[in-house]
Write a protein that binds this ligand. Structure first.
Ligand SMILES: Nc1ncnc2c1ncn2[C@@H]1O[C@H](COP(=O)(O)OP(=O)(O)OP(=O)(O)O)[C@@H](O)[C@H]1O
Length: 928
């Protein structure tokens, strides 16, 4: 049998469940047959008859079952087969959830079911005809009806029973009746509306062509939304995207309708004018009065079109566009996450949308700018039919010229007419900083580990160590969100390194994924053993950000990293680091870690305090931050520009140093304080570095507050590979000196090898962060010690603070893309970045200005001072050998060889021939 056709055998539990499903289905059919074929003459539970032929299709047992059910429940008994079948199906499909049964929800459902059965039975008993000798509601219905009727009367009882059925429905299904009612109402209104709009929509199909791409994607998207495929996606995002898609559609539809109205009006205008002109050809004088009327008509039409078109058309288009822009990232994310609609399609949709907007914007523009607007392609321009001539001829000269209404203050942005009040200037003030509500509320689960279990594991650790001949006592157990630390007191004479060497054996015997041994716990005489928890908790960004430690931190560069092993938030200060090196293999949580750091800075400081330069060779990770007001330049993806940016930083660092020394302060904090004081006292400090010869201004500009600059490089290995040594030098220079100037580096790489994290870089960046790495060697490269290879991935890290040798284990916080998008969108609304072009392009005049102490790339100093003389000698003597130059100038072999090589490059002598000689190519110098 081929591989593909092989029938897989089921596991034990699966067999049981599948067997159960079959049995339940059969039983349901049997009971249904028994009920439907019930015969009053058959013997049963409530009656014994003569022993004749049994008519029930289920036989004697079937007759008995049907009798019992009908006796007690009447017509409601017919629910029984469905209940049996449903139970079988639920057990089969949801078996994996059996272990986590929520008894509260189950009892709610049961209660709901009982309410429905009682309600239906009682109503049937009150209103239905008997089934043979049984009441329509069975004994149940009869008893309840008899109990209620004396008190509530027939109407009251019916109301109460209907109420009980409705409540039971909600309890059983969890469906809100109110939502159901609203849905029904909305669906009905929707159907009527679309029927009502159908004729005008058909007429407008031509105008809406541009929006087709977007609409089909939107429709596809709505369709997909109903499919279980999207079950894992954040529902709020889905709803917002879908709503926006349809709102965008509607707005575009309105815009298109308005366009159509405008076209029709224009056609009318033309026919009126053409008619008037033909008549005026016949008898100009007689139609002057008519022409005046026509012009009046033109005027009113024109105003009409203008109003209709510019207000609703533009407003609709703008509304749709801004809504779309707001959710576009989420839209692209969601659709591409699902793979249901590819990123390309989403992109195509968005560009179609833009084309549509631009088209409507452009035609509005034309209309506004022309006197009456040149009508669309099928109508001739005004001058072709002689409108202008007619005016100058005098026939219409007296008539006032109709002026289209201009909208004051309207402007065109990105091909769109932006009406006053609708432009996309910042809608939010810079302060207060973004709200924590932009982050998801975590769905926390308590760690289900109990003290007894911990105790058991502690005993197990001791016994496993004993297996390896190590006597140790567990003296402390510290459970955390991700790992539990066991502190071991070793018997005298046992070396901690012995346990370290056994880490992987211990992991195996304790059935743990990885075990980390902490040889030194500061302040304690114990060795730590960190075992991963059975259930790992996720550390959510919102939890760590919402702590006093972060909120009360006075530094502008405070960042949260995550939680320590005890679950306490870890907050660090980039200003004190002052640079950070982040490394970890791919998938270890590095990018999430970098996002967490950037987001915490965005939660701590505005663009006045912190600015970013982001370098992202992978073009994926940091591009989400594009457009936030903190950026000094666009997110850099080109490596040449990246090295320009680093050069700019070095230049800026030098400039800041000069400013600080001129002001007599020692760091950026002192500088900013001095500037603030000076401003407060009304005597701002003027730029001491300003030179009147270099500026058109007459006076030096005032000095302003300087923000800290954070340079984030994601995948710094790429940059090293492409740009090479130069980057290393620049980074080393910034790293050495930039602390006081407020320039800080965060360098991340997934290749922690020595050719990337070179000695020069390591020596200058004392703070390191290691996510999981693949080998001890990698761990040593980053941390100068092993340990990172035993991390658990997914944000688990070792953080080595500056000036210490003992790394702290931190469980990195988790932030998802949607959260980052929300924070970014919040900053977008507050302002636009003011990019400094020089950062990416180098100096504005195109010449690379040499930084202080920097050597030019094609530096002249490579040229030997004797070079010119040597050329004169070689061309004169016609001998291009190294030894002749050596002898003549009495210099060493190496120097002479270098000179000859330079001559070869300059074409003075030829390359070496077979016999080792070179031919002199250049002519001898002219003799004077
Ligand atoms: N702190 C965290 N908590 C829980 N899960 C995390 C955490 N950090 C990362 N993850 C999970 O690990 C996955 C990989 O993370 P991330 O993309 O940051 O890795 P990476 O090291 O940057 O990989 P690459 O270098 O390939 O981009 C994430 O998609 C996420 O599911």
């Amino acid at each position: 049998m081929s591989q593909g056709n092989r029938v897989h055998s089921l596991s034990g539990l699966q067999r049981l469940l599948e067997g159960g499903l079959i049995i339940c289905s059969m039983l349901a059919i049997y009971v249904l047959l028994a009920l439907t074929s019930f015969s009053a003459s058959d013997p049963g539970w409530s009656q014994s008859n003569y022993q004749g032929q049994i008519e029930n299709l289920g036989g004697a047992v079937g007759a008995w079952i049907a009798d019992v059910l009908l006796y007690f429940f009447g017509y409601s008994a017919f629910l029984t087969p469905f209940v049996i079948a449903g139970t079988g199906w639920l057990l089969f499909k949801q078996s994996h959830r059996l272990l986590e049964i929520d008894y509260f929800s189950v009892s709610m459902r049961l209660l709901g079911f009982i309410l429905i059965v009682f309600g239906v039975s009682t109503l049937a008993s009150m209103n239905g005809n008997d089934i043979y000798e049984f009441s329509a509601g069975g004994v149940t219905g009869d008893v309840i009806a008899n109990a209620m009727l004396p008190y509530f009367n027939s109407l009251g009882t019916t109301l109460l029973l209907l109420c009980s059925i409705a409540t039971g429905f909600t309890l059983l299904t969890g469906i809100s009746l109110i939502a159901l009612v609203e849905l029904t109402g909305r669906a009905t209104i929707g159907v009527f509306q679309s029927l009502y709009q159908l004729p005008s929509r058909l007429a407008n199909s031509r105008e809406t062509e541009d929006t087709q791409g977007f609409m089909s994607i939107a429709a596809g998207f709505k369709r997909k939304q109903k499919e279980p495929l999207l079950a894992g996606v954040n529902e709020d995002d889905l709803t917002e995207v879908a709503n926006t898609a349809s709102a965008g559609n509607e707005s575009l539809g309105t815009a298109a309708e308005n366009t159509e109205v405008s076209h029709k009006e224009r056609r009318k205008l033309f026919s009126i004018f053409s008619r008037s002109k033909t008549e005026s050809d016949v008898d100009v004088a007689s139609v002057t009065a008519d022409a005046q009327d026509e012009v009046d008509a033109l005027k009113s039409f024109s105003a009409n079109i203008d109003n209709e078109y510019s207000t609703s058309g533009v407003a609709a288009a703008n509304e749709a566009r801004s809504r779309f822009a707001r959710v576009e990232p989420a839209f692209s994310d969601v659709v591409s996450d699902q793979g249901a609609i590819t990123a390309d399609e989403a992109h195509a949709a968005s560009s179609n949308m833009n084309t549509a907007f631009s088209a409507s914007g452009a035609s509005i523009d034309t209309f506004d700018n022309d006197e009456y607007g040149h009508p669309s392609d099928e109508l001739p321009p005004w001058e072709d039919i002689g409108f202008d001539d007619a005016i100058s001829d005098g026939a219409l000269a007296k008539a006032p010229k109709p002026q289209p209404k201009k909208v004051e203050g309207a402007k065109i942005v990105d091909g769109i007419v932006v009406l006053p009040g609708q432009d996309n200037t910042p809608t939010k003030p810079m302060a207060p900083l973004p709200s924590i509500d932009l982050l998801n509320v975590p769905n926390r689960k308590e760690n289900p580990i109990s003290e007894e279990e911990l105790d058991q594991v502690a005993r197990l650790v001791e016994s496993k160590l004993a297996d390896f001949n190590i006597t140790a006592n567990v003296v402390g157990v510290y459970p955390g969100p991700v790992i539990t630390r066991f502190e071991l007191e070793l018997a005298p004479g046992v070396k901690a390194s012995k346990i370290s060497n056994l880490a992987s054996d211990l992991a195996r015997s304790l059935l743990a994924e990885r075990v980390r041994v902490v040889e030194v716990i500061p302040g304690k005489a114990y060795v730590g053993l960190e075992l991963p928890n059975k259930f790992r908790e996720t550390v959510y960004m919102r939890d760590v950000l919402d702590c006093d430690k972060f909120k009360a931190n006075p530094s502008n560069l405070a960042m949260v990293l995550g939680q320590d092993i005890a679950g306490e938030p870890v907050v660090v200060d980039l200003a004190k680091m002052p640079h950070l090196l982040v490394a970890g293999t791919t998938g270890s949580g590095k990018s999430v870690g970098v996002n967490v750091m950037i987001t915490s800075l965005l939660y701590k400081s505005g663009p006045d305090d912190v600015r970013f330069i982001m370098i992202d060779p992978k073009m994926l990770e940091l591009s989400v931050y594009e457009g936030i007001p903190h950026l000094l330049c666009e997110v850099v993806t080109d490596m040449k520009e990246a090295s320009n940016a680093l050069r700019w930083c070095v230049g800026e660092m030098e400039r800041r140093y000069k400013l600080m020394s001129a002001l007599g302060v020692r760091n950026l904090k002192g500088y900013n304080a001095k500037i603030a004081d000076a401003k407060a006292s009304g005597e701002p400090i003027l730029d001491p570095l300003w030179k009147s010869s270099e500026s058109f201004d007459e006076q030096a500009p005032e000095l302003d507050k300087l923000p800290s600059i954070v340079v984030v490089v994601d995948e710094f290995a790429d940059m090293m590979m492409i740009v090479g040594k130069k980057v290393e030098e620049l980074i080393a220079r910034i790293a050495q000196k930039a602390r006081a100037a407020g320039i800080h580096l965060i360098l991340a790489t997934q290749r922690p090898s020595v050719d990337v994290i070179t000695g020069l870089i390591k020596a200058n960046i004392p703070t390191r962060m290691a996510f999981q790495v693949s080998s001890r060697i990698d761990s040593r490269t980053i941390l100068d010690q092993q340990g990172a290879e035993t991390l658990l991935g997914m944000g688990d890290m070792l953080y080595l603070p500056p000036g210490t040798g003992v790394p702290i284990r931190v469980h990195g916080a988790f932030i998802d893309d949607h959260e980052v998008h929300r924070v970014v969108a919040d900053w977008h609304a507050r302002g636009k970045p003011q990019y400094i072009d020089e950062i990416l392009q180098g100096s504005s005049d195109g010449e690379q200005v040499l930084l202080p102490g920097e050597a030019s790339e094609e530096g002249d100093e490579d040229y030997d001072p004797l070079y010119d003389e040597a050329v004169a000698f070689v061309t004169e003597s016609r001998r291009g050998s190294i030894s002749s130059v050596q002898r003549k100038f009495k210099i060493g072999y190496n120097r002479a060889a270098r000179i000859i090589e330079q001559m070869e490059m300059a074409g003075v002598v030829s390359a070496q021939g077979h016999n080792g000689n070179r031919e002199v190519l250049a002519p001898p110098p002219p003799r004077n």
